[in-house]
Design a protein around this ligand. Structure first.
Ligand SMILES: *[C@@H]1O[C@H](CO)[C@@H](O)[C@H](O)[C@H]1NC(C)=O
Ligand SMILES: *[C@@H]1O[C@H](CO)[C@@H](O)[C@H](O)[C@H]1NC(C)=O
Ligand SMILES: *[C@@H]1O[C@H](CO)[C@@H](O)[C@H](O)[C@H]1NC(C)=O
Ligand SMILES: *[C@@H]1O[C@H](CO)[C@@H](O)[C@H](O)[C@H]1NC(C)=O
Ligand SMILES: *[C@@H]1O[C@H](CO)[C@@H](O)[C@H](O)[C@H]1NC(C)=O
Ligand SMILES: *[C@@H]1O[C@H](CO)[C@@H](O)[C@H](O)[C@H]1NC(C)=O
Ligand SMILES: *[C@@H]1O[C@H](CO)[C@@H](O)[C@H](O)[C@H]1NC(C)=O
Length: 488
């Protein structure tokens, strides 16, 4: 990114504080056996293979002058564990706030920390900030609340090493998903922040981005604008494909997001990127390759330091009230033909859209979504949907969402069903929701060009408290949506 490309954000300050980041989407090498408890040596052999890939990628990233690199969640040993079978992979991970430790220089300080030694040497040898996800096994005494009967907590952990190999930050994942029964949820949420010569960063993983703690608090109360984000994210169409929701998070929360995902196509994990908000439409570089046999990928991108956007409730409200639908005349049609359907595990209220132009509105609870649009549906059916409630799948969080999605096979019951097929086009649209003033809106425009691959669209739409499309989006819409997270 050059200064001229982001003229709106660039000031003299911005370019002095630019830095280069790398993320690596990793085709993790799985252990041959996950159903029985291996020896520590066998577990280490598997992790060494993945560490070898990490080492190569660090070297590649440094060649391209990257100063920080992010690897995915589960990148060292893969997924699909029980509490017992994961044990040989885990290590005790000390608190970097209380110990100053360069494992590469002092490997004997703790027993059984071979992986931490390798990671530290990798950062030191390449002289790069290194962000990885790994597993911690922390002893606890029976008097500690919720200490498991085996005497250890197991935490999904993000670790950060500085360019001298010093261990500088540790984050225990807070918002586990329902598969992660082999990890414990820490009793206290840690807001994990670290400072580098090129800016302040925070780290968390996967579903954490949907929750107030730690994600929204770090960004909105602790002024964090750079997030290093190891993930194991399964595409969940139509609203939660990895590149879709991660790019929307960057734009809506006004942060640089460095998201490294696994590349495990057989289980639906893929889609990594470096995303930054532009103030006009989303910008990003990303890797989204669903072709069988495709492998991992390194992405390197220069990013500018962002100013913290200090928003008070009153300024947000004022902006909302000034929003007007840009196209369409007269009042929205609401007709009596609403129906309810599940989408991404939430029960939306929809209205069917049968013609390629119109002005419609749909409401659920306190949220109304309204769109005026002109496009070409080619006899396909689309639907406008609203959701205002609590999302309960894979963790509970308050959600408001407005969405425009295809009905895959032309029947009402197929509206919003996961699919990469879409045949219509959108030339002009303005899309607005009266979200409650405490919400943060994540804007998404996801399309398909050929019914088999997904793309996020940049530069042909604006997000200014509503999604505005003036010149048409390339491809056919799979989702044009606003996903609003944060408190009620
Ligand atoms: C490492 O393990 C050995 C053998 O069990 C023990 O004697 C030693 O005290 C341990 N060292 C540390 C630093 O815990
Ligand atoms: C670090 O670099 C040195 C010198 O190139 C090399 O000998 C050593 O094996 C490297 N260590 C690791 C853990 O990569
Ligand atoms: C959380 O961070 C504090 C320092 O900010 C540290 O003392 C504490 O041990 C950390 N807790 C966990 C669970 O990491
Ligand atoms: C965040 O920025 C605001 C405005 O500059 C400042 O008042 C506040 O103290 C900062 N908070 C933190 C935790 O840095
Ligand atoms: C269309 O898809 C829906 C939902 O997947 C299914 O219930 C319905 O039977 C399908 N209809 C046709 C005509 O294929
Ligand atoms: C949104 O608009 C509807 C209909 O006008 C209204 O009932 C509702 O209170 C509004 N919601 C908010 C949060 O202003
Ligand atoms: C996508 O699929 C639809 C329905 O099967 C078809 O009409 C359309 O031509 C396809 N588009 C492309 C670009 O292949």
């Amino acid at each position: 990114m050059t200064c001229s490309q982001v003229a709106i954000l660039c000031t003299v300050v911005c370019c002095a504080l630019a830095f280069k980041a790398a993320v690596y989407e990793h085709d993790v090498i799985f252990p041959p056996q996950r159903s029985r408890v291996l020896s520590r040596d066998s577990a280490l052999q598997v992790m060494e293979k993945n560490l070898d890939v990490y080492k190569d990628q660090c070297a590649q990233a440094v060649k391209q002058k990257a100063q920080i690199i992010v690897f995915p969640e589960y990148g060292l040993y893969g997924l699909g564990w029980t509490r017992q079978t994961l044990v040989p992979y885990l290590e005790f991970i000390p608190d970097p706030h209380t110990v100053s430790w360069i494992p590469c220089d002092d490997p004997a300080r703790y027993n059984n920390t071979e992986v931490q030694y390798q990671l530290s040497c990798m950062a030191k040898n390449s002289s790069i900030y290194l962000v990885v996800n790994f597993g911690a096994r922390q002893p606890c005494s029976a008097t500690v609340p919720n200490c498991p009967s085996d005497g250890y907590f197991q935490f999904s952990t993000n670790l950060v090493y500085d360019s001298q190999g010093k261990f500088v930050a540790r984050y225990f994942k807070q918002n586990l998903n329902s598969d992660e029964i082999y990890f414990n949820r820490p009793a206290i949420t840690n807001y994990t922040v670290f400072t580098t010569p090129f800016g302040r960063f925070a780290t968390f993983s996967s579903y954490d981005i949907m929750f107030k703690d730690p994600a929204i608090t770090l960004i909105k109360s602790m002024n964090i604008t750079n997030i290093v984000y190891p993930v194991a994210w399964k595409n969940e169409l139509p609203l939660l494909a990895a590149i879709e929701i991660h790019s929307a998070f960057s734009e809506g929360m006004h942060v640089n997001l460095m998201a490294a995902n696994l590349h495990v196509l057989s289980k639906g994990y893929q889609g990594s990127g470096i995303y930054w908000p532009s103030g006009t439409s989303n910008n990003e570089i990303y890797y989204n390759n669903m072709k069988p046999g495709s492998g991992g990928k390194l992405l390197v991108q220069e990013l500018s330091a962002l100013d913290t956007v200090v928003e008070t409730k009153t300024t947000r409200k004022a902006k909302k009230q000034s929003t007007r639908l840009k196209t369409g005349t007269g009042d929205a049609q609401t007709r009596g033909n609403e129906f309810k359907a599940m989408m991404n595990h939430d029960l939306f209220t929809f209205v069917p859209l049968r013609t390629g132009y119109g002005h419609y509105k749909v409401c659920q609870n306190t949220l109304c979504c309204e769109t005026a649009y002109e496009g070409m549906f080619q006899n396909a059916l689309y639907a406008l949907g609203a959701f205002d409630g609590i999302h309960t799948y894979n963790g509970k969080y308050p959600l408001q969402a407005c969405t425009f999605v295809p009905c895959v096979n032309g029947s009402i019951s197929s509206c919003g069903q996961p699919s990469i097929k879409s045949i219509g086009y959108m030339d002009k649209m303005s899309f607005f929701g009266n979200f409650s003033s405490t919400r943060y809106v994540l804007p998404e425009v996801l399309v398909t060009l050929d019914n088999s691959t997904l793309d996020i669209v940049a530069r042909t739409w604006l997000y200014q408290e509503s999604i505005i499309i003036d010149v048409g989006v390339p491809g056919s819409p799979v989702s044009i949506s606003m996903y609003a997270i944060g408190g009620p």
